[in-house]
Ligand binder design. Structure first.
Ligand code: SF4
Length: 461
């Protein structure tokens, strides 16, 4: 029993203690978003240790070498500020690694010191450390606030602030802010948009970067990612679709105020109805018909749901992770007549509980929702000890509960550190929903096969 010290007793009110948090730190999200820009070097303005941790988390999840530079703070920078370090770093980065873009994010240390990043970037420009035509922009991501999700959102907003410009005329294109999803999900969202007949400008876009093909040639900057030209032209698009309010609403609204590109912010297209809403919003906004290709995909998903429904009925599920994933996922599980009874996120934000309520529309009155610093894996485990569930869905950190309580775990979200392949298979869209259904049912039936008495061990289930 690895978690044998978890008690079932939940009466003690915790205010200042987090045990096994259901989130990670802001710069990881900022770094992931920056990797979705073509020819971009993410830069961590802080100590070497922060950068190493963030890179290693992303490398372990995506199984790709994640490049990032650091201001490499030592005692001097910690006391006198990191301006000299960042100036030197920018000079070195452009000289040695020649990116088109450097995306700087701050850390706890540089924020506590109070480094003024825009002023340092201006000084770097004055000193000729930023070559003509190259870009340096920044996001503030102190990790004593928010989570990896808010770090991702801040970097997306910084991209809009720095790049998006309204030109003379609108272009026949639509912005898609995909939110924090896997590279394969971004690819799938682009495929759906293309199938609907619209031209999409997606940023950030980690497809082709964190799922780049093995070609035998090392590409320091893989071919994927949103180009500077594409992000600049986003100010001329006809509309913005912001997927996942926590990750994309801020950037979508800034595109509106900065460039007068109106936006629709909606859930990630995860599951049947959230994908319906995504497709239908494109249909209405762009005035395009839904092609047969997509209608047939939806039909195949419906057929699979019909085949599997009997096994899902009334199964209790515990979920943890990021709000943008949890909301449509909870709705999808309720659509399947499952019971998403426990929902935990460490990411702060006002609307989470209300969003879950809207997704469940009263179908799971016993659902418990926790959010914030004390909403952690310990609390989730306590709830499970009091009233068990049939299935866990969340990141790798749930494997301890899964083992101790013998509950099947479907890995979904960030980070997944102990399995490989998740970045290649989408879970968004109708096709992604079919993959999710397969994962869920396999997990449930594998346990049934493992535990049932011999006389009930069936060839046909
Ligand atoms: S919590 Fe702060 S100090 Fe720790 S790794 Fe994250 S940014 Fe660095």
């Amino acid at each position: 029993m690895l978690l044998r010290h978890t008690s079932a007793e939940t009466a003690v009110e915790r205010e200042a203690l987090t045990i096994n948090p259901a989130k990670t730190c802001q710069p990881i999200g900022a770094m992931y978003a920056a990797l979705g820009v073509h020819n971009c070097m993410p830069h961590s303005h802080g100590s070497q240790g922060c950068c190493s941790y963030h890179r290693s988390m992303l490398t372990r999840h995506y199984k790709e070498p994640v490049m990032a530079a650091t201001s490499c703070f030592t005692e001097g920078a910690s006391v006198f500020g990191g301006q000299a370090n960042l100036l030197e770093a920018l000079g070195n980065i452009f000289t040695i690694y020649n990116p088109d873009v450097v995306a700087v994010h701050t850390t706890c240390l540089s924020e506590t010191i109070g480094d003024d990043i825009p002023q340092i970037i201006r000084k770097a420009e004055e000193e000729g450390k930023i070559p003509a035509g190259k870009h340096v922009f920044h996001a503030n991501t102190p990790s004593y606030a928010g989570s990896h999700v808010t770090g991702f959102a801040s970097m997306c907003t910084a991209m809009v602030r720095h790049f998006a410009r309204a030109g003379e005329a609108r272009k026949n294109q639509y912005n898609i802010l995909p939110g924090w999803v896997e590279p394969a999900d971004m690819r799938e969202i682009k495929r759906l948009a293309a199938a609907m007949g619209i031209t999409a400008v997606m940023f950030p876009d980690t497809s082709g970067i964190l799922d780049a093909p093995m070609t035998g040639q090392h590409e320091f900057y893989p071919a994927g990612g949103a180009s500077v030209e594409a992000m600049t032209s986003s100010g001329d698009s006809l509309h913005t679709f912001g997927l996942g309010p926590s990750c994309s609403a801020q950037a979508a609204h800034l595109l509106d105020t900065q460039c007068k590109v109106r936006c629709k912010v909606m859930d990630l297209p995860l599951g049947l109805h959230a994908t319906d809403r995504f497709i239908d919003t494109i249909r209405r906004v762009a005035g395009v018909p839904v092609p047969d290709e997509i209608t047939y995909e939806r039909g195949r998903l419906m057929d699979l749901i019909t085949d599997m429904h009997q096994y899902f009925y009334r199964k209790r599920v515990a979920l943890w992770g990021d709000p943008d994933q949890l909301v449509p996922l909870a709705g999808f599980l309720a659509d399947l007549d499952m019971r998403p009874v426990y929902l935990v996120t460490g990411t702060p934000g006002k609307a989470f509980e209300a969003r879950i309520e809207r997704a469940l529309v009263g179908r799971v009155p016993e659902a418990k929702v926790a959010q914030g610093a004390c909403a952690d894996m310990f609390l989730m485990h306590q709830w499970i000890k009091n009233e068990p569930v049939d299935l866990l869905i969340g990141n790798t950190y749930g494997k301890y509960i899964s083992r101790d309580e013998d509950i099947p775990l479907v890995r979904h979200g960030f980070p997944i550190l102990d399995r490989i392949g998740h970045q290649y298979f989408p879970t968004v869209g109708y096709a992604g929903a079919m993959r999710l259904l397969e994962l869920i049912l396999n997990a449930l039936q594998d346990k049934q096969d493992r535990q049932c008495p011999e006389e009930s061990f069936e060839l046909v289930m």
